[in-house]
Design a protein around this ligand. Structure first.
Ligand code: AMP
Ligand code: MG
Length: 338
């Protein structure tokens, strides 16, 4: 039976014991909840793939307590990687580096590179220090489903598949880390996330961003970045472009008139007009920080309300907008360009 335990010092030590003994532990990071195993223990890592039903071709991120531990996972770290780590670690930036031989191939899905980061969450850092090993940890949800931003979300997806969930409250950022390939010139973002393109460019100059659709066609520079991911159970439609709000409103009225239950992930500025339609409205808040921290909870809540259809719209591409757009695009069953 899976236990949800408050992330006290004592329980973090217990979780570290479980990790050292080859077990699985879910824990909070600043992005989303992770499902961790000792990254040096292949049998333990196998359990992650089994619990999540994650395909073996989707490599894991290895979490470290800090840059000083980089050699636990990476064979080498070029000056650019060190500079970025010094600036953004601990934090939501994952770097792709040459793999250290002691990391099992299962972790990297057979690639010669490994994804590494140091998480900026006191519970995650304490757990890493107590375990004394790098921790391989994807998001603690069933594969393809919405990422977990609360202990309860992990429970809903993985109960009875893992030993413990350390409950550290809601995760502050709410979207995953930025995955950056620094072997390319200019460096390229394989997955937009918590460290924004602007923040990276401010530090190292020009950075490219891979378009999700092109990426899949172009042959998997980052194998796990599937088109369909993060998805709620309900059908979800994502609206983009100048007329996004108007098209979304029309769609809501149409679906409601046809007798469907409709859920809306609404930014504060949209909330009232959608509430007037009779849709179930989940408020994402005003700024991008708030939207990022609430989108996954919103999808899960609307699913729990059993809506048939979820509508949401683009929040632009500056700052966290790019990561929000990426997740909503992948989570949606359809994208409407207006
Ligand atoms: P998750 O831990 O579920 O947030 O996902 C980790 C993602 O990081 C994977 O799905 C890949 O897209 C990416 N990733 C992990 N390792 C590598 C790697 N060696 N090269 C490129 N991308 C990677
Ligand atoms: Mg994930």
């Amino acid at each position: 039976m899976t236990k949800i335990l408050k992330a006290t010092t004592e329980n973090i030590l217990l979780a570290a014991e479980i990790l050292r003994a080859g077990g699985l532990v879910a824990f909070p990071t600043e992005t989303v909840y992770g499902l961790g195993a000792n990254a040096l223990d292949e049998e333990a890592v196998k359990k992650i793939f089994a619990a999540k039903e994650r395909p073996a071709a989707d490599p894991l991120i290895v979490h470290l307590a800090g840059l000083e531990h980089i050699e636990q996972a990476a064979k080498s770290a070029p000056p650019l990687a060190r500079r970025l780590a010094e600036r953004f670690w601990p934090g939501p930036l994952t770097l792709i580096l040459p793999k250290q031989p002691q990391i099992p191939r299962l972790v990297t899905s057979g690639l010669d590179t490994v994804a590494v980061r140091a998480p900026a969450h006191p519970v995650a850092l304490s757990l890493l220090r107590a375990a004394g090993t790098p921790i391989a940890a994807p998001s603690a949800n069933r594969f393809g489903h919405t990422s977990p931003t609360a202990a309860r979300h992990v429970w809903d997806d993985l109960k009875d598949r893992i030993e413990i969930i350390l409950d550290g409250g809601a995760t502050p950022l709410g979207v995953e880390s930025t995955v950056l390939d620094i072997s390319a010139v200019p460096p390229r973002i394989l997955r937009p996330g918590g460290v924004t393109r602007e923040m990276l460019e401010d530090e190292i100059g020009k950075v490219a961003v891979i378009e999700s659709s092109r990426q899949v066609e172009a042959g998997l520079p980052s194998p796990g970045l599937l088109e369909k991911h993060y998805a709620p159970r309900a059908q979800m439609i994502f609206f983009k472009g100048e007329e996004a709000r108007r098209a979304m409103l029309a769609r809501a009225r149409e679906a409601l008139a046809a007798g469907q239950t409709v859920g809306v992930l609404a930014m504060d500025e949209d909330a009232e007009i959608f509430e007037e339609t009779g849709a179930v409205v989940y408020r994402l808040g005003g700024g991008l920080d708030s939207v990022a921290s609430r989108i996954y909870d919103g999808m899960r809540r609307l699913d729990a309300d059993s809506v048939a259809l979820i509508l949401c719209r683009d929040a632009g591409e500056s700052g966290l907008g790019l990561a929000i757009r990426d997740r909503l695009t992948r989570a949606a069953s359809a994208v409407v360009e207006t």
